[in-house]
Design a binder for this molecule. Structure first.
Ligand SMILES: NC(=O)c1ccc[n+]([C@@H]2O[C@H](COP(=O)([O-])OP(=O)(O)OC[C@H]3O[C@@H](n4cnc5c(N)ncnc54)[C@H](O)[C@@H]3O)[C@@H](O)[C@H]2O)c1
Ligand SMILES: N[C@@H](CCO)C(=O)O
Ligand code: NA
Length: 437
């Protein structure tokens, strides 16, 4: 073990910042043995103290930029979140020759390309394991563990708050807003929780995973993003009757046409492992051509699970610093000159099975009109269920499961169905993922 400690500065002392400080303190001995040098927090940048952690005699600045300018700090740990001050802070740290560890997926997804370039200019490194799937070492797995593979596709539950909400609603019949409030109190949610429930946080994470899997620059604006706010308890119930669970997934898939990049609710067959990932847990399924399917599971949010990933990055950097090396793993897992800006497949061309729910007049001819519309668009029907009408109601819910169909054809079929006099309102639609390649 080297005698010199590696000196770090932590900016942001909220959920993840306090968790990181505490894990570094509690596991100091084991961490030092693994890092081959002790890790010393020499400076904390925080607007206010946090009762969840005792900073002792650690130097504290209310201005986080003082940490970025502190000559003693070798690694700046950015845990303030957002893409404004955090971006300036990371840039300042890199320009001052410091390495950076961050849990900030928004920052990496939206500004990673330029920040990695800046880091390279300053012989510095940005590590971001905590940015995707919290404590699950998925960045490490994709960049290093699966380096021998051509990745074919990946699909993951990558927002803990959203999965917690869906699980509590399904298992306990709880109200959406009530569960979201609990996720916020538990420290799972983003500062703006619409990022969680509208799929933006998952889109940030998916774009990072896709770049690591397929060797492409980060392209956040290309991700199709749909959240969980339009899901109804009825859909959850009907999906279960059909043998499926509804989960919010990020999917990235390589085909001849390019890369599919999409975040949306999906029906998953109930026997699949991903269908049984509940609460704040995340899971990412990665299919490599050599290894086949691999699954990574664990806590996707929360103070110490996320701190686990932050500390792993600190240990990686400390090892490099002790060995006097420059970092050996490229930021996105591929040499910069080999990154390839692959085309993103338009959603109209994406092919999946579909779950469709509509409300129809309970009278002869309706089903055959619907069947004709599907047939005209070349869509075959896997299952069609007509529910019994409610007391005194002449209209009935109809649920259709299609076979694999191009979204463009489904769009046309749905418009034609919604135009029928016998159909009321909009057709609810959710993609189905069978997760078998
Ligand atoms: N909470 C989780 O489970 C989790 C998991 C993975 C990644 N993340 C990411 O980690 C980062 C931090 O998240 P969090 O949950 O700890 O948030 P948080 O709101 O609990 O903590 C952020 C802290 O930073 C402080 N802060 C913000 N701006 C500041 C500034 N200009 N100067 C000084 N302090 C400032 C806030 O006062 C707050 O204490 C975010 O990027 C988030 O997306 C969070
Ligand atoms: N808000 C995020 C934190 C972890 O990235 C989530 O719930 O997954
Ligand atoms: Na992770």
């Amino acid at each position: 073990m080297t005698s010199q400690a590696v000196k770090i500065g932590i900016c942001g002392l909220g959920t993840v910042g306090s968790g990181t400080f505490n894990v570094l303190g509690r596991n100091a001995e084991a961490i030092a043995a693994r890092a081959q040098s002790s890790i010393e927090v020499v400076h904390v940048g925080a607007r206010r103290d946090n009762p969840d952690c005792d900073l002792g005699a650690t130097r504290v600045s209310r201005d986080v930029f003082e940490v970025a300018r502190d000559p003693d700090v070798q690694i700046l740990v950015e845990l303030i979140g957002g893409t404004t001050v955090a971006k300036d802070l990371v840039e300042e740290a890199l320009r001052n020759g410091k390495h950076v560890v961050t849990a900030n997926k928004a920052l990496i997804a939206e500004f990673g390309n330029e920040l990695f370039a800046l880091a390279k200019d300053h012989q510095a490194v940005i590590c971001y394991e905590a940015a995707v799937a919290g404590g699950i070492p998925i960045i490490k797995a994709l960049r290093e563990g699966l380096a021998g593979n051509r990745i074919e596709w990946l699909a993951g539950i990558i927002n803990g708050t959203g999965n917690f909400i869906l699980s509590e609603m399904r298992d306990k019949g709880r109200d959406f807003a009530d569960v979201l409030a609990e996720a916020q109190a538990l420290g799972y949610a983003e500062a703006d929780p619409t990022f969680d429930v509208e799929g933006i946080d998952a889109a940030h994470k998916l774009v990072i995973l896709a770049s690591l899997a397929f060797g492409m620059p980060l392209r956040f604006s290309s991700v199709y993003t749909e959240g969980i706010t339009r899901l109804t308890p009825q859909d959850v119930e009907y999906a279960e009757e059909l043998g499926y669970r509804i989960k919010h997934l990020g999917v990235a898939k390589q085909s001849k046409a390019g890369i599919e990049l999409r975040v949306h609710p999906t029906l998953i067959p109930e026997a699949r492992l991903l269908a049984n990932v509940n609460g704040v847990k995340n899971a990412v399924l990665v299919e490599g051509d050599a290894v086949g399917p691999t699954l990574y599971y664990g806590a996707g949010a929360g103070a110490e699970p996320t701190a686990s990933a932050v500390v792993a990055d600190i240990v990686d950097l400390a090892r490099e610093l002790s060995a006097g090396q420059s970092f050996r793993v490229p930021s996105l897992g591929f040499a910069d000159e080999c990154l390839n800006d692959l085309p993103v497949v338009p959603m109209a061309e994406v092919v999946t099975p579909w779950y469709l729910r509509m409300v129809a007049e309970d009278k002869p001819g309706v089903l055959s009109a619907i069947a004709t519309i599907f047939s005209n668009e070349g869509i075959s029907i896997e299952a069609l269920i007509q529910k019994a009408p409610a007391e005194g109601e002449t209209r009935v819910p109809l649920i259709v499961l299609t076979n694999r169909a191009m979204q463009g054809s489904v769009d046309k079929a749905v418009s034609a169905i919604e135009a029928l006099d016998s159909i009321s309102g909009e057709v609810a639609r959710i993609r189905v993922e069978v997760l078998d390649g």
